[in-house]
Design a protein around this ligand. Structure first.
Ligand code: ASP
Length: 335
């Protein structure tokens, strides 16, 4: 399905609602570069999140609750760049961003730069539930969330990886492993949630697209729910998630609304500003699209009457690199 324009359609088609799509980030790394144990840990994380989300949907939970709780599971796994397991800023601090949007009402909750709540996505949901506000940032966002029933992170909760005392300021900030979920429930309601630690070695205070409605997520029951991952600055500059919504809301005279076309168009905008990343999106009817410009695209799909599936790469997953005779990994093959 890879096309010449640098955009890979990983999965698309019509599914029977309820539908749950999740992502665990889009990144530039290719399969031979990634440790098999790490790949397995990602698969397990997505699998567990799908199991939680599908259980919730089966018990009648609405789209928003399902999106939040599915992302909370991904935040807790410690192997993805959100909540526990998030990357560090250039000074070693943890600055977490998350948001949730409800398609039925277009209510929104978002937090940026939090580091005291265990689950940033639940903090975002607490903001949404408060009605008066949509987006809180910094230490006061933590304070708000804790005062509204969110669990505090236990001491050392976020110390899981990339925690070497000698930090390398020359590290290229490369996005990856951010998490998100989009849902359409049995009643046709949609929701989207996204959560991230940002990009490694980012300057303290930097906020990417993930908590910004219109960039890193969007949900509207008239069109779709969408969650993005990739280089945040490019998603902000392309208004990527809102672009998908607008292409469905206003496809143009004589053109049918087409989710896949809308996602490809948004990623073309991302590429046009020098960015990269992936999108997951679903419509109330169950049309879905998982599309990326990167080789790594961690994702999962669950729907009524279909066994859940997990994939790590935008193209078909391939077997790992061959072992050299006598043990030890050989040179990565040039595929
Ligand atoms: N979009 C996130 C950010 O720029 C990073 C990612 O998706 O991995 O903060």
């Amino acid at each position: 399905l890879t096309s010449l324009d640098g955009i890979t359609v990983a999965e698309t088609g019509r599914l029977r609602p309820p539908v749950l799509l999740v992502h665990g980030g889009a990144g530039r790394r290719d399969q031979p570069e990634i440790d098999p144990d790490r790949q397995q840990a990602w698969r397990n994380a997505v699998d567990t999140a799908l199991a939680t989300g599908t259980r919730l949907l089966a018990s009648g939970a609405d789209a928003r609750t399902t999106a939040v709780e599915t992302v909370a599971v991904l935040e807790d796994t410690g192997v993805l760049n959100a909540g526990r397991g998030a990357v560090r800023t250039s000074t070693g601090s943890v600055e977490l961003d998350a948001a949730v949007m409800e398609g039925a009402t277009r209510r929104l909750g978002a937090v940026a730069g939090v580091g005291r709540v265990r689950n940033p996505v639940r903090a975002a949901d607490a903001v949404l539930a408060e009605e008066a506000w949509a987006f809180l940032a910094g230490p006061e966002a933590d304070t708000f969330a804790l005062a509204h029933g969110c669990e505090a992170a236990p001491p050392d909760w976020f110390l899981t990886r990339d925690d070497s005392p000698a930090r390398d300021a020359s590290v290229d900030p490369v996005a990856g492993d951010t998490v998100g979920a989009v849902v359409v429930d049995t009643a046709g309601r949609t929701a989207a949630a996204t959560s991230t630690g940002g990009v490694p070695e980012q300057v303290p205070g930097r906020v990417g697209d993930s908590p910004v409605a219109g960039a890193g997520l969007w949900a509207d029951d008239q069109t779709c729910a969408v969650s993005g991952t990739g280089l945040g600055e490019s998603f902000l500059r392309a208004a990527a998630a809102h672009h998908v919504h607008m292409r469905l809301a206003h496809p143009g005279p004589g053109r049918p609304a087409d989710l896949l076309d809308a996602c490809r168009s948004a990623l073309a905008e991302i590429l046009a500003v020098g960015g990269y990343g992936g999108l997951i999106a679903v419509t109330p009817a169950g049309d879905h699209a998982l599309v990326a410009t990167t080789p790594l695209f961690i994702r999962g799909v669950a729907a009524a009457g279909k066994p859940p599936s997990v994939s790590l790469f935008a193209g078909p997953d391939r077997p790992g690199p061959p072992q050299r005779p006598g043990g030890g990994p050989g040179r990565p093959p040039a595929w």
